[in-house]
Design a protein around this ligand. Structure first.
Ligand code: THU
Length: 128
C-alpha cells in the first residue's frame, strides 16, 4: 500500500541533520502529479545557515521541475504540534499558495489547516 503523506514526513524526519538543536523535523509535499517530495532540517555549525525541513522539501521539488503543490505534511516530536516557521510560510506561499498543511507528531496526533490561517495578509507577487 502506498505511504501516506504524513508517513512520508515522519520517515524524512529520521534523515534530519540536527546535531545542535537535536530537534528533528520532516516534511513531505505533494505536487500536481501526485508525486511526493520530502525534506528534513539540515543544520550547520554556523547555525544561521540551517535549513528547515519544509524549505528543503519545496526546493528539492522545484529543482526537479515539480509545480502545483496541493498539500504538505510536517512531522516533529512535540506534544503541541509544530507549525512551519515564518520563513517557511513565506516560501510555501510563493510556491503553493493557500496550501493544505497537516501537522503530525510521533504519537500520531495530527491537525490539518490551510496556510492562509497561519499566514494572513501575505506579501506576494500580486504587490509587485
Ligand atoms: N525547524 C524546521 O525544520 N521546521 C520547522 O517548522 C521549525 C524548525 C528546524 C530548524 C532547526 O534545525 C530546528 O528545527 C530547531 O529550530
Amino acid at each position: 500500500m502506498r505511504e501516506t503523506l504524513t508517513e512520508a514526513a515522519l520517515r524524512a524526519r529520521l534523515n534530519a541533520h540536527a546535531p545542535y538543536s537535536k530537534f528533528l523535523v520532516g516534511a513531505a509535499i505533494e505536487d500536481a502529479n501526485g508525486q511526493v517530495h520530502t525534506g528534513c532540517n539540515i543544520e550547520n555549525a554556523t547555525y544561521g545557515l540551517t535549513l528547515c525541513a519544509e524549505r528543503v522539501a519545496v526546493f528539492k521539488a522545484i529543482s526537479e521541475g515539480a509545480r502545483g503543490f496541493t498539500r504538505i505534511a510536517i512531522a516533529a516530536d512535540t506534544d503541541v504540534l509544530t507549525p512551519p516557521c515564518g520563513a517557511c510560510r513565506q516560501i510555501l506561499w510563493e510556491f503553493a499558495g493557500d496550501v493544505e498543511i497537516t501537522l503530525v507528531n510521533l504519537h500520531g496526533q495530527s491537525e490539518t489547516l490551510q496556510l492562509a490561517t497561519l499566514f494572513p495578509r501575505a506579501f506576494d507577487a500580486s504587490f509587485l
